[in-house]
Design a protein around this ligand. Structure first.
Ligand SMILES: NC(=O)c1ccc[n+]([C@@H]2O[C@H](COP(=O)([O-])OP(=O)(O)OC[C@H]3O[C@@H](n4cnc5c(N)ncnc54)[C@H](OP(=O)(O)O)[C@@H]3O)[C@@H](O)[C@H]2O)c1
Length: 328
């Protein structure tokens, strides 16, 4: 059987990558319709979703809030990339390597959520370690690329970098401070707790996907990298687990590639992860400050595993598990 797939936000960073990933993985699509706000592609406002099986949605939270229920009502399953539906109890939040079975509890709203980009790569790397030794507490610091904030954010880094070299004035429009040759410890809105919404999202999404009992503290930082998010992770476990055991488990884990030679260059950086599918794990070592602890470094392409690839993998799960409405 083949399916009619709509991609909403098709001109954006994630949407363009979704179109590539659908083609690369030979997703069984009879038709792929590209939708955005402009007439270069089909205009969302005038599109009739009747007959669409799957809608890959990456046009931001406001568009998703208004459109996802309507599209689901027309009969499609919406796989949404925004944060709008992720913590809704009636919406499964899925990373196919980690919790695909959560789909079997049903998709009552016709919407499945994709996690935040930094969450997806983290849970792929942590799942095998959690299964083996039960994570009690996590401390995560992120180093997030500008593409995570959309195509205009990439342009801002480019413009500012150029301006530094030609001694033009630096204009900061999207980011609150200069991003070129700088790092900014602030992503998304500030909450009353002092954490940012990006940090809160990682904490609650890890709990929803992996285990509600995991305690977490997170610092999310924007860095002047175009593509690829990095994360320094320290995990405290209930049971003993050595760095060697973790390395062996991660080598077998789906979606993970271990590059961990303890020597110059024996680790992965975002430039090498860009365009790739894996969550790369490097720098695996013992955290000697707790009884059972490990430290590691996780890097992945935020537009792929963090968004487009994960969404297409969810679509594949829906097909394989006969969860599309057409197949019911
Ligand atoms: N970038 C990441 O790493 C990442 C990871 C996970 C989740 N996400 C989420 O994915 C979504 C998209 O992110 P992005 O990075 O791709 O953003 P982006 O590069 O800014 O692209 C936004 C897309 O949304 C479309 N759009 C905006 N308003 C629209 C409207 N009223 N009707 C129809 N289409 C509209 C734009 O179309 P036009 O060009 O026609 O305006 C464009 O295609 C966001 O919710 C983001 O939080 C992003």
């Amino acid at each position: 059987m083949s399916y009619k797939v709509a991609v909403v936000g098709a001109t954006g960073n994630v949407g363009r990558e979704m179109l590539s990933v659908l083609a690369e993985r030979a997703f069984p699509a009879s038709e792929v319709v590209a939708l955005a706000s402009t007439l270069k592609v089909k205009a969302l406002d005038y599109y009739d979703f009747k007959g669409t099986d799957i809608c890959l949605m990456s046009a931001g939270g406001a568009v998703s809030k208004a459109w996802s229920p309507r599209i689901a009502e027309a009969g499609a399953i919406v796989i949404d990339n925004s944060s709008t539906w992720r913590m809704d109890r009636k919406v499964p939040l899925i990373v196919p390597e980690v919790n695909p079975d959560a789909l079997d509890a049903g998709i009552p709203k016709g919407i499945v959520a994709n996690p935040n980009c930094s969450t997806a790569q983290l849970v792929v790397a942590l799942k095998p370690l959690h299964e083996a030794a039960t994570i009690k507490r996590l401390v995560v610091s992120t180093y997030q690329s500008v593409s995570g904030a959309g195509k205009e954010a990439m342009d801002e880094l480019f413009r500012q970098t150029r301006a530094v070299f030609v001694a033009d004035p630096i204009e900061a429009k999207l980011f609150t401070k200069q991003i070129a040759f700088n790092v900014i410890p602030h992503i998304d809105a500030f909450l009353d707790s002092g954490y940012t919404k990006e940090e809160w999202k990682m904490m609650v999404e890890v709990q929803k996907i992996l285990d509600p009992d995991i305690q977490m503290t997170v610092t999310c930082v924007r860095v002047p990298v175009f593509i690829g998010h990095s994360e320094a992770v320290t995990a405290e476990f209930e049971k003993p687990i050595t760095a060697g055991e973790a390395r062996a488990l991660l080598r077998e884990a789906p979606g993970v590639l271990v590059v961990d030679k303890h020597e110059d260059g024996g680790y992965i950086t975002p430039v090498e992860a860009a365009g790739e599918d894996a969550a790369y794990v490097s720098r695996i070592r013992k955290d000697p400050t707790v009884e059972h602890g490990l430290a590691l470094w996780v890097v992945s392409d935020n537009l792929r595993k963090g968004a487009a690839l994960n969404a297409v993998q969810i679509a594949e799960c829906l097909v394989n598990r006969n969860l599309l409405r057409k197949a019911v």
